[in-house]
Design a protein. Structure first.
Length: 33
């Protein structure tokens, strides 16, 4: 396992999570209900 590749993947995944959170906020959806 290459550490550099792992970091890049995690950074990409984190970015997707942020965008998804913004989308959920826009939809006013609460998944913690």
């Amino acid at each position: 396992m290459e550490h550099g590749l792992s970091e890049q993947t995690l950074a990409s995944y984190g970015s997707d999570l942020k965008q998804f959170s913004k989308w959920l906020s826009g939809k006013n959806i609460c998944l913690l209900d």
